[in-house]
Design a protein around this ligand. Sequence first.
Ligand code: ADP
Ligand code: MG
Ligand code: ZN
Length: 613
Amino acid sequence: MAEKGTMRGALRNFIAFIIIFVIVGGLFSLYRTTTESVGEVSLNEFVQSVERENVEEVIVTGNTLNITLKDGTKQTTNKETEESLSALLTNYGVAGEKIRALSVDIRGESGLGFWLGAILPFLLPFLLIGVFIYFMLRQVQGSNNRAMSFGQSRARESQQANQKTKTTFENVAGVKEAKEELKEVVEFLRSPKKFLSLGAKIPKGVLLVGPPGTGKTLLARAVAGEANVQFFHISGSEFVEMFVGVGASRVRDLFKRAARTAPCIIFIDEIDAVGRQRGSGLGGSHDEREQTLNQILVEMDGFDNETNVIVMAATNRPDVLDPALLRPGRFDRRVMLDMPDISDREEILKVHSKGKPLAEDVDLRMLAERTPGFSGADLSNLLNEAAILTARRNKTQVSISECLESIDKVMLGPERKSHVLSKEEKKIAAYHEAGHAVVAQSLPNADPVRKVSIMSRGSAAGYTLKLPTEDKHMHTKSYFLDEISVMLAGHAVEKMIFKEVTTGASNDLKEATRLARKLVTQYGMSETLGPRTFGEREEMIFLGREIHEQKDYGEETAAQIDREIQSIISKCYLKARAILAKMKPKVNEVAKILLDKETIEQNEFQSLFVASK
Ligand code: ADP
Ligand code: MG
Ligand code: ZN
C-alpha cells in the first residue's frame, strides 16, 4: 500500500515537473520571439535608411537601436558599445543635417525586459534544479517522514482510556506468581506517596523473563491497563538500525518523553537485542548496541526516586543479558513466566474462547490435556485456527473436531494435500511411521503415541505424534534412551522390510545423534565419561546464529565422546531392531491401516495392542 502510494506520488511530481518545465520554456521562447518578430537589419542598411531620410524615429537602448521607418516597419540593429549614434553616423559619412533631422530617443538600459533577458539564461538552470530538489525532498518526507526523524524514538504510546479494549490482569490467565509480583508495581504507579513517605525505594526496572509466547508483552500491557497510566512500547531491535548513533539518541528521546508524561511505563520488548553482554561479539553493529545499552543504563540511573516512571523489559534469554542491567537500581526485579501447566492452559483457553461460540462437545480441560508444551500464544492461535476452520465449513459453532485438527496444525504446520506420494512412497512412509509407533508403544519410558499419520504436514511426509501424559520438567536417562530408540526405529524398519533406507529417515538420525551427544556432553549421563559437562557454550552471535562452542577438553576425550555417542546410538538401534523383529506382525498391521486410512488416532492404536496382550 505504502509502496503504491509513493509510486503514485512520484509519478504525480514528475508530471508537475514536466508541466512547469514546459510553461517556463514556453514563456522564455515567447519573450524571444517577440523581440525577433522585429526585423533585424545590418548597420549598413540602417545607415542607408538614414541617407534616404526614410527613418521616422530611433530609440537607443544601450547598444540596441530600435528603428521605426516612415512606412511603419520596425527594425532593430546593434552598434558598438563605445560609439555614440551621432559619431557612428558621422563616421559613415552621413551629412550633418540629416543626422540632426533624425528623431533620436535615448533610453537607459533598464526595465524588466532587459533584466530578464540578461539574467534569465543564467538563472533558469538554478531555478530548475531548485524546483527539482524541492520535489525530491517532499517525496522523501512524504513517504514516511523518515529522513528527518532518525534520532527520535519510535515508541508507540498508548493510553488505554477505552474501557473495552483495555488490557487488564483479567486478560492474562495463569502466571499467578508473576501477576502477584506485578500487583505491587501497579500499586507503586497508582499511589507512590504511600511508599515514598515510608522511605521505600520504588523499583525502577522490572524484567519479565519467560519463553516466547508466554504472555510477557501482554502482561506488561496489563500492568499499564491496571494502573491506568501511559504505556510506551518499543522493541529492542528498533533502537538499533542502519544508522550508527541512532540507538542512543532514541533512548534519550524516549526517556525524555516518558519523564514528561509520568507516571508511565516504558516497555522495552526483546531487550536482549540491545542488552547482550558487552565485549563478546562479532560484526559491526556491536558498538552501536553497546552505546544504546549504555544510554539505557545512564537514563535509568538519571531518574530520581520521585519520578514515577517504571521501566519494564522482556526477554527470553536472561542468560545473555549484561550483568550491569541486572544490578540493583536497574532491572533488579525479575518476574518469571513459565510455560503454562495443564490448569493454566485450561484458563488460557477459557480467556480466548470468549466471543467464540463453542459447541457442547468442546471440553477445554480435554484440550488442555492434549496440548502439553503449548504456550499461551499457541493456545490462542489454536482457537483462532479452529474458528477459521469452522467458518470455512459454514458451521455456526466451533466443535471438537475443528479444535483437534487445529492442534495438529499448530504443532506440525498445515496439511499439505498437494504433496502427493506415489504408491511406493506411501508404502515406505506407512512402514516408517508404523515402526516409530510400535517401538514407542513397546518401550516403557517413551511418551505414549497420540496419533500416527502419513498425511504430509510441514516438511515431513508423515508423523507419529507422541505426547507426555503430564507436563514433565525433568527427564531420566532411560527416557532419553527409549526416545532415541523410537527415533531410530524409522531407519530400522525400512531396512528390515525394504532392505534399503530412504532419505525419509535422515532427520530422525540427526535428532537421535544430537540427543545422544547432549546425553554425554551436557547431562553427564555417560557411565564412562562421568558426571561432567564437555564444551563451554559461549554466546556469540554471527548472522543471527550462535556458532561458538569452546572446547574445554583434549583430543583424547573428544575421541572418547565420539565413541560413547556411537555406543549409545548402536545400543538403541539394536533395541529398536529387536522390538521390530519381534513385533513384525503388528508393524504390518499398523502399516496396512495407515495405507488404508492415512491416520490412526490414539484410541484405535491402543486397542490394537490391548487385544494382543
Ligand atoms: P511474549 O511476549 O511472551 O512472547 P505475548 O505476550 O506476545 O508473548 O503473547 C502472545 C499472545 O498469546 C497474547 O497476545 C495472548 O493472546 C496470548 N497469551 C500468551 N500468554 C497468555 C496468557 N497467560 N493468558 C492469556 N493469553 C495469553
Ligand atoms: Mg513479546
Ligand atoms: Zn521418522
